[in-house]
Write a protein that binds this ligand. Structure first.
Ligand SMILES: Nc1ncnc2c1ncn2[C@@H]1O[C@H](COP(=O)(O)OP(=O)(O)OP(=O)(O)O)[C@@H](O)[C@H]1O
Length: 351
């Protein structure tokens, strides 16, 4: 409830949290996405004191001196560093506008398919530390399906592929559950790593994560989506021991990212192949195709690549990096309707 437009303060809110390996999104019921920041903090190495978070910390990444450390506390969609995740979420919440006066009533967090019971417990503990009265979890592909405007309860199967930074989540969803699913630890980060490793080995050029990200955003997954050209790549020449600039053809760079992309395509195919004993589900997928969500769906030509390898139509969802966040908003706004797809911590919720 808004306390006052003049004060611009909320009392208790229902909050959605999409804690990605690269980006954290938060949404508030009836207000949409209110936070979209990189999942990173910068801390003082000795004391661990927080110096910066989100975009500001990302700008410091890989440019620090030994006195400063940057940490990406969420790994593959699960909490890797509890203390720094908590610091980050607290700061992000503190910056939410309109200000939250008393705290969180209901918190819904998206989690990857591969999460363990310990991983779920970490999110429930985090919710308690953040002062949430109720905590709920939802599998990321289900939140993505809802965000894409699909009805997860329908007796019709939908194939969702969420291409994040740390994981690729592939799921066939029908009747509110996962018919066939796979959580692959090959996604945007692994494509960047392939670029970094190949240029180091083949060109003796050491480049930053930032440079690899820039390259990836300027090449395509298939030659049919790419206009052949050359990219200027700056880095450190390991032979001369000096900074260096090299012109590298997009065809060569595209070849470098083929291996991780092929692993993603193979995993999608496997998820479809296990449907041999469920022909009706397979027919639904044939008719409806594949829905791509997550920031990785923005890789130029990835739809064409998956389409040519699977023979299925591929739809890239609008603003795919926010599809899960949009799904969380929809869940908060229709909580009782979506409750069957949510997991709680089996504790009695505080009144
Ligand atoms: N234009 C683009 N071309 C290619 N890749 C892109 C583009 N824009 C963003 N990405 C990639 O999208 C990924 C981030 O997507 P997203 O924010 O959905 O991931 P995340 O939710 O943080 O990760 P995860 O779900 O794995 O925990 C990064 O790997 C980034 O490189």
């Amino acid at each position: 409830m808004i306390l006052g437009n003049v004060l611009n303060i909320e009392t208790f809110v229902d909050l959605g949290l999409d804690p990605g390996s690269a980006n954290t999104l938060m949404c508030i019921k009836d207000q949409g996405i209110v936070v979209n920041e990189p999942t990173i903090v910068a801390v003082e190495s000795e004391s661990g004191q927080l110096l910066a978070f989100g975009h500001e910390a990302l700008n410091m990444h890989q440019k620090m001196h030994p006195g400063i450390q940057t940490i990406m506390p969420v790994t593959n969609g699960i909490i890797g560093d509890y203390e720094n995740t908590q610091k980050l979420f607290r700061e992000l919440l503190h910056n939410v506008k309109p200000r939250i006066l008393f705290g969180i009533h209901r918190l819904v967090v998206s989690i990857p398919l591969s999460i363990t019971e310990v991983g779920k417990r970490a999110f429930f503990d985090m919710a308690e530390h953040l002062g949430a009265k109720e905590a709920w979890l939802v599998l990321e592909p289900i939140a993505a399906a809802i965000g894409a405007g699909l009805n997860p309860f329908e007796p019709v199967a939908n194939l969702i592929v969420n291409l994040g930074a740390g994981t690729t989540q592939i799921a066939v969803i029908s009747l509110g559950g996962i018919v066939s699913g796979e959580s692959l630890s090959v996604s945007g980060n692994q494509i960047n790593n392939a670029i970094i490793e190949n240029l180091r080995e083949q060109n003796n050029l050491a480049i930053s994560e930032y440079a690899a990200e820039h390259i990836k955003r300027n090449i395509a997954a298939t030659d049919r989506a790419d206009r052949e050209s050359r990219l200027t790549v700056k880095g450190f020449n390991l032979l001369t021991g000096f900074p260096d600039t090299q012109e590298i053809s997009t065809a060569v760079l595209r070849e470098i990212i083929t291996t991780p992309l092929q692993e993603i395509v193979t995993a999608i195919k496997k998820c479809i192949e296990v449907l041999a004993d469920k022909p009706d589900v397979a027919v639904d997928i044939l008719e409806r195709g594949i829905y791509l969500t997550g920031g990785g769906a923005l890789l130029s030509g990835i739809d064409k690549k998956i389409q040519s390898e699977t023979g299925l139509a591929v739809t890239i969802c609008e603003e795919p990096q926010t599809t899960v966040g949009k799904g969380l908003c929809t869940i908060l706004e229709n909580f009782e309707h979506y409750r069957p797809v949510l997991l709680d911590n089996n504790k009695k919720h505080k009144q």
